[in-house]
Ligand binder design. Structure first.
Ligand code: NVA
Length: 324
């Protein structure tokens, strides 16, 4: 049966762990067999992209496959062509589809009819591909050695017990996928957002339920200073996500006290890292001294999109045997 990746929860904690481990291995080894030879990925973009397009297209090429770029406008999703017709036609010619859409429902509808795996390359609800790269980054920098790791891993490292503080728009795709991923992997997750910009209740409740087994705390606060206290990772994202542009003025006012500054970073652990999925806005959600400072790992995080996406493609197309 085909496997979709619409939400970070479409992978079990064990599967997330396998993808991260594979990505780490692929990053280390550098050279790869063309395991995706003759495979085609169709990429549909309703919104702009730098990292997502680059990582998927480059990743497919490095593994011997092809990537086809299409804009939502030229396809005419839901207007010129129905979801069913788009999904059936793509399934007849390609092996996987990745879509970046405004509405999450657009991706779910494509997945409903597609006979090939569908990957969420960002929707208004989630950004699971970003979070795979983030977990790889956190694992590289903060992975702790456990004697009894809950997940199988060659070096028995894990992320359980870390604390991640997300400052800013709680109702956004990155925050949602992060909360769910942290819950599954036993990372304490605290979001600090202004009233009216909290995580969607469905996501918040789901994260709390998922966190129960691994024993992670999932909190939504308004106070950024309280949220970052003793955090291992401080994460922020734009105040104005793609699609929110018409609310720009209102949002800049609502979020003005939610900038990640050096003062805020001082409340986190001394060895805390700063993360941002980018595009970043210096002087808005983050001070330049923080994002360009020593604690920032944003370029490692961005590079890891490539390794994580390659591992995901290999995993979904079930060619994980004999990678090197
Ligand atoms: N929350 C941002 C993420 C960009 C990669 C947006 O949706 O625009």
């Amino acid at each position: 049966m085909k496997k979709d990746f619409l939400s970070i929860t479409d992978l079990s904690p064990k599967e997330i762990w396998e993808v991260i481990t594979l990505a780490k291995k692929m990053k280390k080894n550098g050279q790869f067999k063309p395991v995706l030879e003759n495979k085609t990925l169709v990429m549909i973009f309703e919104k702009p992209s730098l990292r997502t397009r680059l990582s998927f297209e480059t990743g497919m090429k490095q593994l011997g496959g092809n990537a086809v770029y299409l804009t939502g406008k030229e396809i005419g999703i839901g207007s010129r062509e129905s979801f069913k017709d788009i999904a059936k036609v793509i399934s007849s010619m390609a092996d996987t589809v990745m879509a970046r859409t405004f509405q999450h429902e657009t991706i779910s509808e494509l997945a409903k009819y597609a006979e090939v795996p569908v990957i969420n390359g960002l929707s208004d609800l989630e950004h699971p591909c970003q979070i795979l790269a983030d977990l790889l980054t956190i694992y590289e920098i903060k992975g702790k050695i456990f004697n009894t790791s809950p997940y199988p891993s060659p070096d028995r490292r894990g992320l359980k017990g870390l604390k991640l503080a997300f400052i800013g728009d709680g109702e956004n795709n990155v925050c949602h996928s992060l909360a769910l991923a942290c819950a599954m992997l036993g990372i304490d997750f605290v979001a600090a957002s202004p009233n009216g910009y909290f995580m969607k209740p469905t996501i918040f409740v789901k994260a709390k339920q998922l966190a129960w087994g691994p024993g992670a705390r999932i909190l939504q606060l308004t106070n950024p200073y309280e949220a970052v206290k003793d955090a291992d990772i401080v994460y922020t994202d734009t105040w104005i996500s793609m699609g929110d542009e018409k609310e720009a003025k209102k949002r800049v006012i609502a979020f003005k006290d939610y900038q990640v500054t050096t003062d805020l970073m001082k409340l986190a652990k001394n060895d805390a890292i700063f993360m941002h999925d980018m595009p970043a806005h210096r002087g808005k959600e983050v001070a330049a001294e923080v994002i360009d400072g020593l604690q920032s790992v944003i370029y490692q995080q961005a590079e890891n999109r490539l390794h994580a996406q390659k591992a995901l493609l290999v995993y979904l197309m079930a060619v994980e045997d004999d990678i090197h």
